[in-house]
Write a protein that binds this ligand. Structure first.
Ligand code: NAD
Length: 454
């Protein structure tokens, strides 16, 4: 499999890909090894993960460089991702033993009752490339602590990172057959679907998630989906400093070149502050530096995948053909690499793909609304349901709006953030099931009910 640097279009690696036979072999080894892993005391499993946690810090310079080389995010954002992954792992280190401990329901009665938590078995973690560490640790850390074997199918766009994760896991003491990388593209993912695994944990697009849900439905095993979004953000008219809000919104749109599941993808602005907001966000966009992500000080690198350039181009053309206009477009881009200009569109509406389809890039539509009721209607006009954000001063007014959102997450005066202590989940086309928080620890185990009469 050829790995290309999206910033330079140069080949950076050529590595062997798994096939159906090798994946069958990986599965058999995992199945045998999991029987032993479950007998390793929970504290020892946690201690392996603690060593992995320290490796991420000790090796961060190498890991950050590799991540930037293969996905194109600015080097500082790769460091940020590694830090963020460690924060999440710390949550699992601090909380897993408590939430996986046996629970006595009654010890007083004739029949004593308790609950224990057992691993699912051998699970697939089919993962995305945009935050390979963050979305990876959401799944493989609690899965391993819970006693499962993990077949980790990293994205074909983050394979080198996946292989380093595998190496560090083994160095940390996780047995070789308990955490194994499956190297490949969609076919490798499909081969996992054909195996009799005990759970499927997927992060990626709605289109792929739907295929996976359909093909695993008959297995009757847990299937979790963390999928895409078309996340709205509403700027109310009680804003003390519109420039600060515009800067925060722009970061929510553009961080990781807009390639975040919870990136701000639609902006609605109250008519009373619309002109001021447009002026401020345009000025902020003009300050962003786009270029080689290895160079210090870059705010944005290229897109990770070449095919996404055409997807974004089509969305912008569709909007312009239907009456939108360009508020801001960056003009100087490097000659090589899969770069796309920052593009802010106004005069948009919901007949346009840019307001309805996931963009996953540095483009956004800004729509004027007359009141909160119109904002709520437009924010809800989507098949997705990952996050929704409201900016303003009045927390009660914002709370009433957030209450109405059919999303797994709501934000007040912040956006595009994930916290390990809170469940991360989507509604509708944004997914099924939760990672992180207590739910994300228990998602990888199954309860056993004990009825004990002496
Ligand atoms: P993708 O759906 O193209 O691929 C995801 C993974 O699925 C990859 O490992 C891929 O090789 C594999 N795959 C592809 N086809 C398959 C098939 N038929 N059977 C089995 N496996 C298959 O997604 P992507 O481009 O890697 O990631 C971007 C998407 O992920 C965006 O929609 C983004 O919003 C979403 N995402 C969601 C979250 C979340 O937490 N909700 C986080 C990150 C990314």
């Amino acid at each position: 499999m050829i790995i290309v640097n999206p910033a330079t279009e140069e080949i950076i690696a050529d590595i062997p890909e798994d096939n159906r036979d090798s994946i069958q072999g990986i599965y058999k080894k995992a199945l045998a090894a999991q029987q032993a892993w479950v007998t390793v005391p929970l504290t020892e499993r946690v201690s392996c993960i603690e060593k992995f946690f320290h490796s991420l810090e000790a090796q961060k310079d190498t890991l950050a460089r590799i991540l930037t080389e293969e996905v194109g995010k600015p080097l500082q954002q790769s460091y940020n991702e590694l830090n963020g992954a460690r924060t999440r792992i710390q949550f699992f280190l601090d909380n897993s033993e408590q939430y996986l401990a046996e629970e006595w329901i009654t010890q007083e009665e004739l029949t004593k009752e308790k609950i224990t938590y057992e691993p699912l078995g051998v699970i697939a973690n089919i993962s995305a490339w945009n935050y390979p560490y963050l979305v990876g640790v959401n799944v493989f850390i609690p899965a391993l602590i819970g006693g499962n074997a993990v077949l980790y199918k990293s994205s074909e766009y983050a394979t080198l990172t996946g292989l380093h994760i595998e190496r560090m896991m083994h160095e940390a003491g996780v047995p070789k057959d308990i955490f194994q990388c499956v190297v490949g593209k969609a076919e490798a993912g499909q081969a996992l679907l054909d195996l009799p695994l005990d759970g499927y944990f997927f992060t990626g697009s709605f289109a792929t998630g739907k295929k996976i849900a359909e093909s695993t439905a008959g297995k009757l095993v847990p299937v979790q989906m963390e999928l895409g979004g078309k996340d709205p953000l509403y700027v109310m008219d009680d804003i003390p400093d519109i420039r600060l809000v515009a800067a925060a919104v722009l970061e929510g749109v553009m961080y990781n070149a807009g390639q975040s599941c919870c990136a701000v993808e639609r902006v609605y602005v109250h008519a009373n502050v619309y002109d001021a907001f447009c002026e401020a966000i345009q000025a902020e966009a003009g300050k962003m530096k786009i270029g080689n992500p290895m160079q210090p000080g870059m705010d944005m690198g290229p897109l990770c995948r070449p095919q996404q350039v055409a997807v974004l181009q089509k969305q912008v053309e569709d909007a312009l053909a239907k009456g939108a206009s360009v508020l801001y477009k960056s003009n100087e881009l490097p000659a090589k690499g899969y770069y796309f200009p920052i593009t802010l569109l106004i005069g948009v509406n919901h007949s346009m793909d840019i307001m309805m389809e996931e963009s996953f890039g540095p483009v956004v539509g800004i729509q004027k609304v007359q009141d909160d009721a119109e904002a709520i209607d437009l924010m809800q006009d989507t098949v997705y349901g990952l996050t929704a954000a409201v900016y303003g001063s009045d927390s009660q007014r914002a709370g009433a709006i957030m209450q109405r959102m059919r999303t797994g997450t709501v934000y007040f005066n912040c956006c595009d953030r994930v916290s390990a202590g809170l469940p991360w989940s989507g509604r509708g086309h944004s997914g099924v099931g939760s990672t992180l928080s207590i739910q994300g620890i228990r998602a990888f185990v199954q309860p056993k009910a004990w009825h004990l009469r002496s």
